[in-house]
Design a protein around this ligand. Structure first.
Ligand code: GH3
Ligand code: MG
Ligand code: MG
Ligand code: MG
Ligand code: MG
Length: 344
């Protein structure tokens, strides 16, 4: 380094001022010549940067991993791993999982050799030794600004990413909520109708059996009248849970209205559907829902339900609406025949 440069260092500091918003940034100086490292440090000292040093390429890589510098000033000619090679490694690992973006200013004594190569490999700037301290200072400052901008961008992107994920999560939540019956946690009627239309179309296309079940609690009004509406709600939840547990995963169960439930059983023909319904009916008849009166008196309340079932393909049932109506007719028949039973 020219003697003149050394003498000018305090002058440089005075003219360029302290580091300002860039003070505290970490600058890694890599050079196999310790006096050159010291010289660069001295030149940049007034700016308030934090300096790290490395004296060969291998040291540089571990310093980068440890210190995550904001800028690397790197000699090209070093024994072992040279500056151009280290630069290549840094730029190859510039993803978010790697080092991220770290600007590199290559420093070399030679005018031409390595310059084009270094820049092509992604060095961000280039200084030829001996360099003017003012120029060094200005280039460092501009690179650190670039790095700060890049960091801000990455941070903004991360925030945007997070916000997007949160939005997607909330959208999912809302969607789930819009499909759910609040009291029982089952699907609601609107969701069921969508599924019915899909499953009906699928059944028709593949000529696969599809059964639809309507279930209505017997004399539910009496339960409400005797034990109160909140207890009625408890009964509805118990019926929902019990019914759900008697169906397969692929079966769609929804609360259709007040004390009415509806189920879609894909790939299920009449005989199997009747078996499933019978199982559900029995389970509900076996339910004991405990009621605790205001006086603390406990009572096990029993209940029953009636079920109507219909199945496609069937000559008479040409639409999802007709399938629904047929199941409803079955339910009506079950009620008429004395309740607590399954009817086709
Ligand atoms: P049936 O055997 O003929 O079905 O008689 P039912 O008493 O069950 O039928 P009805 O249609 O006369 O009465 C249904 C009752 O369900 C009336 C209504 O107040 C009650 N209900 C509807 N939705 C809810 C609810 O969300 N919670 C409670 N606790 N009761 C409800
Ligand atoms: Mg060297
Ligand atoms: Mg009724
Ligand atoms: Mg009822
Ligand atoms: Mg009813």
């Amino acid at each position: 380094m020219a003697e003149g440069d050394r003498k000018r260092t305090p002058e440089v500091a005075r003219r360029t001022g302290a580091g300002g918003e860039l003070s505290g940034r970490t600058v890694l100086i890599v050079d196999d010549d310790p006096s050159h490292v010291a010289h660069v440090r001295e030149g940049l000292a007034p700016r308030g940067y934090v300096f790290k040093e490395a004296h060969d390429g291998t040291q540089a890589l571990s310093a980068i991993r440890e210190a995550r510098p904001d800028l690397i000033l790197m000699d090209v000619e070093m024994p072992g791993l040279g500056g151009v090679e280290v630069c290549r490694i840094i730029k190859a690992n510039s993803g978010e999982e790697g080092f991220g973006f770290i600007p590199v200013i290559l420093m070399t004594a030679r005018q031409a050799a390595g310059k084009v190569e270094g820049l092509e490999l992604g060095a961000d700037d280039y200084l030829v030794k001996p360099f003017d301290m003012l120029e060094l200072s200005a280039r460092v400052k501009s690179m650190l600004r670039l790095k700060a901008l890049q960091d801000a961008l990455v941070e903004k992107n991360r925030e945007l990413d997070k916000a997007n994920k949160e939005l997607a999560r909330r959208r999912e939540e809302l969607l789930a909520l819009s499909r759910t019956d609040a009291l029982t946690g089952l699907f609601n009627r609107r969701c069921f109708e969508e599924r019915l239309s899909d499953e009906f179309a699928r059944s028709r296309r593949y000529q696969s059996p599809l059964s639809l079940v309507m279930l209505d609690i017997d004399h539910f009004k009496r339960i409400n009248d005797t034990f109160g509406h909140p207890f009625g709600d408890q009964v509805l939840k118990a019926v929902a849970q019990t019914t759900r547990s008697r169906l397969r995963e692929v079966d769609v169960l929804a609360r259709y209205g007040g004390e009415e439930f509806i189920a879609l059983l894909p790939e299920t023909a009449t005989a199997d559907a009747l078996k499933v319904c019978e199982r559900v009916r029995e389970a509900i008849a076996g339910l004991r829902v405990e009621h605790v009166g205001v006086d603390g008196k406990r009572q096990e309340v029993r209940l029953t339900a009636s079920l109507g079932v219909a199945t496609v393909p069937s000559e008479d049932l040409g639409s999802a609406e007709e399938l629904l109506r047929a199941a409803d007719a079955g339910l009506y028949a079950a009620k008429g025949a004395g309740r607590n039973r399954v009817q086709q």
